[in-house]
Design a protein around this ligand. Structure first.
Ligand code: GSH
Length: 77
């Protein structure tokens, strides 16, 4: 399962969402405008920054939109 932490209006998040759409990927989106989700992200990744990808199938987690897009293209094309 692919979970993507995002924030409403975040252009870096949209870049990842657009790439995912091109690849036919459906994310479980979690929006950090909800304080509970924001706290969950910080506990998980160590900082409040989106986008943040969690790939439970490969036990991979990462920040940085360019890295996430490259990862998705490499593993989900
Ligand atoms: N270099 C990062 C930049 C990410 C970034 O600046 N994200 C902003 C939102 S657009 C963020 O997480 N800000 C913290 C916040 O909104 O709480 C990337 O490409 O993913």
């Amino acid at each position: 399962m692919l979970t993507l932490y995002v924030k409403t209006g975040c252009p870096f998040c949209h870049k990842v969402l657009d790439a995912g759409e091109e690849l036919g990927i459906t994310f479980d989106e979690k929006n950090i405008t909800d304080d509970t989700i924001a706290a969950e992200l910080v506990a998980r990744g160590g900082k409040r920054q989106v986008p943040y990808l969690v790939d439970t199938d490969r036990t991979v987690e990462m920040y940085e939109s360019d890295d996430i897009v490259a990862y998705l293209q490499a593993h989900y094309s």
